[in-house]
Design a binder for this molecule. Sequence first.
Ligand code: 2AM
Ligand code: CA
Ligand code: CA
Ligand code: CA
Length: 268
Amino acid sequence: MHPMLNIAVRAARNAGKVISRAYENLDGVDTQTKGLNDYVSEVDLLAEKAIIETILKSFPDHSIVAEESGLTQGKDADHQWIIDPLDGTTNFIKGIPHFCVSIALQIKGKIEHGVVYDPIRNELFSASRGKGAQLNGYRLRTTKAKDLQGTILATGFPFKAKHYTETYLNMFGALFQECGDMRRSGSAALDLAYVAAGRHDGFWELGLKPWDFAAGDVIAREAGAIISDFNGGLNYERSGNLICANPKVLKAMLSNIRPHLTESIIKA
Ligand code: 2AM
Ligand code: CA
Ligand code: CA
Ligand code: CA
């Protein structure tokens, strides 16, 4: 394993310990509201602290961007860690056992390593660019579906970007007509990891942040999936509007979604 991926794994497991210990006594967890339907618990902050400490101990010059603390600019701007200490906070605070730690390392603008860790199931998804993706050491492959028939598509609802509701529901309707069934898990990072693992045939969501998808991006790609925006391009890195699936399923999803795209989504 690459030494930098190794540190990402160690950081994710450290955060996982913090999270699973707290999960045993949820009543004692303090939670604040950041905005509409947007929560942060003290566990998010503690997990993020554990990750940042682990990384900076090995790489004191690296830069870090993390959901709760923003940018910590190091001397080395070429190495940029992208961290979501707890993806699926809403699930966590409601006692729904589906959430994860997501850690990616971007080097000179390219995501090189990614770890998505589910501390409840002890499932560690990881990948380094060009080296394949693994789940607890076993090689991952995305599904071989050739079209949408019988597929399980995961999605996230635009709970924050409510102005997207109508467009989103149009997209949902078009895909729902063609696929087998839909899932909404509440953790975008795990949704991408599940596409990599072949548990989901595809995933799509609007308005994600880099820490939601950076690690899942390299894991899904290394398992044979591709990720694009709704025009088939790479603008999702900025907009957070993305689709992930094997190339054939992705093409089928795009052609069903295309008639429902609005100017604001195309230009996002
Ligand atoms: P978070 O838990 O790190 O905030 C996709 O739906 C992403 O949106 C999730 O990965 C989750 O990341 C975030 N999210 C924030 N609030 C949410 C909510 N009320 N329901 C679902 N997801 C939410
Ligand atoms: Ca959050
Ligand atoms: Ca998140
Ligand atoms: Ca989070």
